[in-house]
Design a protein around this ligand. Structure first.
Ligand code: NAG
Ligand code: NAG
Length: 335
């Protein structure tokens, strides 16, 4: 009988001990222990701004705007940049060149988007911005470029000085693998921050969204002296007919990365059923965005804050065009 009385008493005793130990440790926190936040790295810019050039058209085959001067930026590129801690200034390709020149002084990195246009004013403006990016880096100012899909094709045309360098491939609307080149060092490249597991999955799972009709074979890329000396090939991919094309390149001496695939779509575009949305696929988007914006934080450019605000893409509103069930989900249109 006495056992039944002692067991609850012992339990009560140990419970009060626990409670008093906990509150003691809480109370014993020294008053000067509030940790000071470590100083930020003064060499980094924690408010990076990325320039994105608009592409001719409305991005929706005329469903939104038929103005011949209209241009657009798919909102997925903007969200991609925002998701990694940067803001966007739109470079409207057909605005006066002195405006583009002024805007260039406000940004810490640049993104060339996908699309189809490879000629005229658009090509000339892309070429001009590309040359300015190289000049900035040559002058000792770190300034990254992420050149996606059409961007890959345009910089290949510009660097090779051959407007006919591209070859046809069958890689429209498909998720693909990335095959890593032998003996490459991924240190300092976009792939460095990928976990070993995710890196492996890039070549076994289909985590890279492709949507292009042109490309360059590794043989042609390496056979071109200008392309070969400027870029290192990181990955290749086989198209629908098992024809292999270059899928990711990294400039040897510049913070310039060009994926023929679309890192931004996995997290931010929904119209095509082919776009991968698995956790792995979304991590691919996040890793590439973090890489790009971390490079932009190394830019020493510190533009006037108000001028940045006056030029941000938040001065425009995106339009939802995904209801058509095709194309982009949202676009910014400039007229
Ligand atoms: C643009 O033109 C096409 C073809 O004429 C038409 O179907 C479409 O409604 C027009 N778009 C707008 C926004 O007016
Ligand atoms: C398109 O832009 C050109 C050159 O800036 C200009 O001359 C023309 O008037 C514009 N057209 C329209 C329809 O806005």
């Amino acid at each position: 009988m006495s056992n039944y009385i002692w067991i609850p008493l012992l339990l009560f005793h140990s419970l009060t001990q626990l409670t008093s130990t906990q509150s003691e440790s809480t109370l014993r926190l020294p008053s000067d222990s509030t940790p000071a936040c470590p100083a930020l790295n003064p060499d980094l810019n924690y408010r990076p701004v990325i320039g994105i050039i608009s592409h001719p058209g409305d991005g929706a085959s005329g469903r939104l705007n038929n103005d011949t001067n209209a241009s657009y930026i798919a909102a997925s590129y903007v969200k991609f940049v925002e998701s990694a801690g940067a803001r966007v200034i739109p470079f409207i390709f057909n605005e006066p060149s002195h405006i583009l020149q002024q805007k260039f002084e406000l940004v810490n990195g640049f993104l060339f988007t996908g699309g189809w246009c490879k000629e005229g004013l658009y090509f000339d403006v892309v070429e001009d911005i590309f040359k300015k990016i190289l000049e900035k880096n040559d002058a000792g100012h770190h300034f990254p470029l992420l050149s996606i899909c059409l961007g890959f094709e345009l910089v290949s045309m510009i660097v090779s000085k051959d407007r006919n360098i591209l070859e046809p491939f069958s890689a429209s609307d498909q998720a693909s693998k990335l095959e890593f080149m032998q003996n490459i060092n991924i240190e300092g490249t976009v792939f460095q921050r990928f976990s070993p597991n995710l890196l492996r999955k890039l070549s076994t799972d289909c985590l890279a969204m492709q949507n292009h009709k042109y490309g360059i074979s590794p043989e042609k890329f390496q056979g071109n002296a200008d392309l070969h000396s400027f870029f290192e090939i990181l990955t290749t991919t086989a198209d629908e007919n098992d024809k292999v094309y270059v899928s990711t390149v990294q400039a040897r001496k510049y913070p310039v990365t060009a994926p023929q695939w679309h890192p931004e779509k996995n997290a931010f575009e929904w119209a095509s059923e082919m776009i991968p949305h698995s956790e792995d696929a979304v991590q691919v988007t996040q890793n590439v965005a973090n890489y790009f914006v971390s490079e932009a934080r190394k830019s020493s450019n510190r533009p006037p804050a108000q001028t940045v605000l006056d030029n941000l893409i938040y001065n425009y509103s995106p339009t939802f065009c995904g209801a058509a069930g095709k194309g982009y989900d949202e676009v910014y249109i400039f007229t």
